[in-house]
Every structure is written in C-alpha cells, then in structure tokens.
Design a protein around this ligand. Structure first.
Ligand SMILES: C[S@@+](CC[C@H](N)C(=O)[O-])C[C@H]1O[C@@H](n2cnc3c(N)ncnc32)[C@H](O)[C@@H]1O
Length: 297
C-alpha cells in the first residue's frame, strides 16, 4: 500500500536514510525524486486528501515501490512515523508562508517543528527549504540559530531541475527563489518543549450503571478534560439500544474524529469507540472513555 494507514500500522517505520517531502502538493517533485533514486525510501506528508489520492494513482501507474505517503500534519508524521536519525534529507518546497504575525505559530519551520525535524534527521543530513519569501528564510534562520545544532547555506535563484508547481508560478512572476539548506551539525544548544502523544495498546469498552452523562445530554457540548484534551460532541444517532455520537477530541493539537458508542447491555451502559471508527489509540481517547463512564482522571 502506498498510503500509510498510520492509525493501524506499526510505528515508527523501519526506515533509514529516508527522503521526506513535507507538503508535496501535486507530488511531481517527490515522484521524480523517487524514480531517480530507487535505492532510497521516500515518504511524503500532506494534509490535503486530494494531493494524496493523486500521488497514489501516479505512483501506482509508475510502479514505484520506494514511496509511501501519509495524510497527516508533518509534525505528527515526523513524531509518530520516523525514528531518530532516520532521515537523510527532508524537503520543504514552498510551504504556506503565513505572513501575519498572529499566524507565526502555524509556520512549518517554527521552533517546535525544527526541533523535532532535527531529532529525526541523521547527523550530516539536511532540511532543504525552498521559498520565494525572504521573511520566511529569515524567520527559519533565526529559529535554527536559537535552537542550535544546524549549519546553513543560502542560495538565491538556485536553478531547479524539478521545479514544483509553485516554483514555476513564482519564476514566471519574476520572483527570487531562495534555497536554504539547514544541515544537522551537532546537538541543539537549547531544549525546546515539544508536544507528545502517548499511544496505548487498547482503548477499553467501559461497563457502568452510572455514566457521567447519558448520550442525549452530549450533542453540542464541549469539555476541557483534566488531562488537557478538549472534547466536542456533535450529532447523535440512535438505533434500538445503541447510540453513536460524533466526537472531536483535540489532544495536544492532534485532532481525533470518531464515533463514541453508548450501548445498553444487561441493564448497563457500555461506552467505547465504535468499532467502525479507526482511531490512533492514545491516552487521550482512553481517558475520554474512562471519563464518560464516570471514572475520575
Ligand atoms: C503552497 S503549497 C506547495 C505545494 C508544493 N510543495 C509545491 O511547491 O508546489 C503548500 C502545501 O503544503 C501542504 N501543507 C500545509 N500544511 C501542512 C502540514 N502541516 N503538514 C503537511 N502538509 C502541509 C498543503 O496542503 C499544500 O499542499
């Protein structure tokens, strides 16, 4: 399977010297790189479902066996799927620049991301950024300098053999194209706090006579749980003695979307995640089920 089902798959992936592209868009750069480097394993992270289906189709047509992609935020892709020191080069081509000050945290080269990418990149490996935005280059260098452990090189209008869709567009408009190569050189001089997700082997189905809420009480409600996750409940469907409740759980910025199931059995409530919802089994989901069943966290 070209698409990584990271909710089910054994993680991290057993790869070494991997080539990663963050936000590959139409996928042309990654596909060409994978074709030209059959001895390297390639991984792409994208949040756009359309980009994922397009690259999967193209990779199948090309018969590529050294490429896998995941629909996941690059932060969690690196966090969950890659081992420390397993990446040779991570490419980031024309990321959304998020120019407004209030959106700075969304930039893909924020301190937290850079710190995580650094841990997954092998010594001597690199993060290669291309952008047409000078402020984005400066922002990235400032962060690299602040955390330490990087050496960098900046080129202007470096001619690309494989211009991406955005690169072609900016070249046509006469913009300067920057290529910033951040090479891993030693350990960071500063510890940056990063978000974590703890996986658990099982999310239980809890039996109780006294749930914290009955299912009819939950649609439209939002709760901040003691473990700092936020749970929001939307629609409720009932079929006989079974209730399915649309649920969004935000755990350290990771969004789980699934159906919580309440079932009546032998005079009790059984609460858990619907077997038709494929979730990343984490402490956050387990705790939500425990909390809904009335347990204190
Ligand atoms: C401006 S486009 C550039 C696409 C392509 N790299 C190119 O140069 O043509 C940015 C891409 O990054 C993806 N993206 C944005 N945030 C992301 C994230 N946190 N993780 C993974 N991909 C992301 C978007 O879906 C989009 O496809």
């Amino acid at each position: 399977m070209i698409e990584i089902n990271y909710r089910r798959e054994k993680k991290p992936l057993p790869v070494q010297n991997a080539i990663v592209e963050i936000g590959f868009g139409n996928g042309d750069f990654l596909l060409k790189h994978a074709m030209e480097n059959p001895d390297r394993f390639h991984i792409g992270f994208e949040i756009s479902g359309i980009s994922i289906s397009k690259i999967v189709k193209k990779a199948k047509r090309l018969g590529l066996s050294n490429l896998r992609v995941a629909r996941i935020d690059a932060y969690w892709g690196f966090y969950l799927l890659l081992r420390n020191e397993s990446v040779e080069t991570a490419y980031m081509n024309f990321p959304d620049p998020w120019p407004k000050k209030r959106h700075t945290a969304r930039r893909l080269t924020n301190l937290e991301n850079l710190f995580l990418f650094h841990s997954r990149i092998k010594s001597g490996g690199a993060l290669v950024l291309k952008t047409d935005e000078r402020f984005f280059v400066d922002y990235t260098i400032e962060n690299a300098q602040e955390m330490g452990g990087w050496r960098w090189e900046l080129e202007e209008n470096a001619i690309s053999e494989t211009p991406t869709k955005y690169e072609k567009k900016w070249i046509q408009q006469g913009k300067t194209i920057y290529r910033l190569i951040l090479q891993k050189a030693g350990q960071p001089s500063k510890e940056i706090k990063i978000r974590h997700l703890k996986e658990v082997s099982e999310v239980p189905h809890m039996k109780t006579e006294t749930p914290r809420f009955y299912p009819e009480e939950l649609p439209g409600k939002v709760f901040r749980l003691p473990n700092t996750t936020v749970a929001k409940f939307f629609n409720l469907w009932r079929r006989d003695e079974e209730y399915l409740l649309e649920t969004l759980l935000v755990e350290n910025g990771y969004e789980h979307y699934f159906m919580t199931r309440f079932r009546r059995k032998d005079g009790k409530w059984v609460i858990g995640v619907s077997p038709f919802s494929e979730v990343l089994k984490t402490e956050g989901i387990r705790d939500l089920v425990l909390w809904l069943s009335g347990r204190e966290l």
